[in-house]
Design a protein around this ligand. Structure first.
Ligand SMILES: NC(=O)c1ccc[n+]([C@@H]2O[C@H](COP(=O)([O-])OP(=O)(O)OC[C@H]3O[C@@H](n4cnc5c(N)ncnc54)[C@H](O)[C@@H]3O)[C@@H](O)[C@H]2O)c1
Ligand SMILES: O=P(O)(O)OC[C@@H](O)[C@@H](O)[C@H](O)[C@H](O)CO
Length: 385
């Protein structure tokens, strides 16, 4: 079986590539990072280390790479021949790879007309749907009609903490042992594949929202309030009792929304939260505040990990989401000169102030209760310093 995976980064190599190998696939990574692609083609294998007391090393074999900047035609042919296509490039890159994927599907349609599923493994609601929308924009109406029946874009939720790598070996990757990969079976066109560790479900919404609004909301609390208080790593930040209390409070707020919306048992959800906090504290994982806080414009978006649970909390619980609002206030002050979105955020703040910036990035409007709630927390978080 042949897999094509876009994005040979942390999740690509450390999670999706590993599971595909363990399920017998030959994986072709498509990336624009020449160093990584050259190394994949030279060695055709790499190692994943599980970050716990045993540091078990798992081999990943039968892998190759295509540098899509240099050899787009090879990537197009690989899509035409694939049994599955996956991505882990980041939500903002999906529109960029859509052109190549559209050409790959056109070639496939000409050459073999075999059904195919394409799964975006990104931290967002509706990642594969966005990819489909961007791919379909490149097609004629007639192609859209034919491709609709053959090519599925099932949404997915992926969970595994893979920090930025500091290994000398450019391919080696250390990952937390825990993982979860859930795919919406209702959107499949080629049918279920036997991939170890992948769970198909008929309704993805509870899974993706529980993951995004617990793991990623919690991570954002630690990163943005941690950065605000001067911490550099997730471990340093979460070791601070102040940050841990804010994390717990924010996850109770997003948890109340999840319990209300999806009917998770309150006790079951409490233990899910504790499991996530335990994962954040894994002493064998060294993660940086800058990685977890990366791309703050995306993370302050209307459907992302902060604004959506905070807005729903106000709407459904009719109370102020004090801890989420504190995190949004800290996120608006987040600085990282090496992060394009953080630089843009701070130049918006300079130009327009916090309130207008919040309107622009989050879609909130004058009169929305969340805006007042966030503004109220600026002086409150200052007291934490
Ligand atoms: N790291 C984690 O803990 C984690 C966990 C779950 C989900 N995710 C999600 O997985 C996705 C990838 O995250 P990551 O941490 O692996 O990031 P990463 O930066 O390590 O990997 C992204 C890869 O995409 C490649 N890329 C960029 N532009 C490209 C293009 N035009 N064509 C092909 N490849 C391109 C990059 O070179 C890089 O190798 C994100 O959506 C992230 O939210 C990450
Ligand atoms: O990948 P992002 O930028 O959406 O979010 C940063 C982290 O919260 C994220 O990568 C987590 O480590 C991951 O989602 C755990 O499954």
């Amino acid at each position: 079986m042949r897999a094509v995976h876009f994005g040979a980064g942390n999740i690509g190599r450390g999670f999706i590539g590993l599971l595909l190998h363990q399920s017998g696939f030959h994986t072709m990574f498509v990336d624009v990072n020449k160093t990584v692609i050259d190394a994949l083609n030279e060695r055709k294998s790499y190692k994943v280390t599980l970050s716990d007391e045993n540091s078990e090393q798992l081999p990943v074999e039968n892998v190759k790479g295509i540098n899509s900047g240099e050899h787009p035609d090879a990537a197009i042919q690989a899509i035409a021949d694939a049994d599955i296509v996956t991505t882990a490039v980041g939500p903002t890159i999906l529109p960029i790879i859509a052109d190549l994927i559209a050409k790959g599907l056109q070639q496939r349609y000409q050459q073999n007309k075999k059904p195919l599923d394409l799964i975006a493994c990104e931290n967002m609601i509706g990642g594969s749907s966005l990819l489909k929308e961007k791919v379909f924009e490149k097609l004629s109406e007639a192609e859209q009609r034919s491709f609709e029946a053959l090519f599925g874009f099932p949404n997915a939720a992926v969970d595994r903490i893979v920090p930025n790598q500091v290994n000398e070996d450019v391919l080696a990757v250390s990952v937390e042992p825990y993982y979860e990969w859930v795919v919406d079976e209702s959107q499949l066109k080629a049918g279920k594949l036997n991939i170890e560790g992948l769970t198909y479900v008929s309704d993805l919404a509870p899974y993706i929202e529980r993951k995004l609004f617990t793991v990623n909301t919690g991570h954002a609390v630690v990163a943005y309030l941690g950065a605000y208080l001067g911490y550099k790593t997730i471990k340093e930040a979460i070791d601070s009792p102040q940050v841990e209390a804010l994390l717990q409070g924010a996850l109770e707020e997003s948890g109340a929304v999840l319990v209300e919306q999806y009917g998770f048992g309150p006790e079951e959800h409490k233990s899910y939260i504790q499991k996530i906090i335990h994962r954040f504290k894994n002493p064998y994982v060294s993660d940086e505040v800058n990685r977890v806080g990366r791309a703050p414009l995306r993370k302050l978006g209307p459907n992302d990990r902060l604004i959506r649970p905070a807005s729903l909390y106000l709407q459904l619980l009719e109370k102020e989401p004090e801890h989420l609002s504190k995190t949004i206030a800290a996120a608006l002050q987040y600085q990282d000169q090496g992060d394009e979105e953080a630089v843009k955020l701070q130049s918006l703040v300079q130009e327009k102030g916090y309130k207008e910036t919040l309107f622009e990035v989050s879609g909130l409007k004058e009169g929305d209760k969340l805006v007042e709630s966030v503004l109220k927390q600026f002086p409150e978080i200052e007291k934490l310093k």
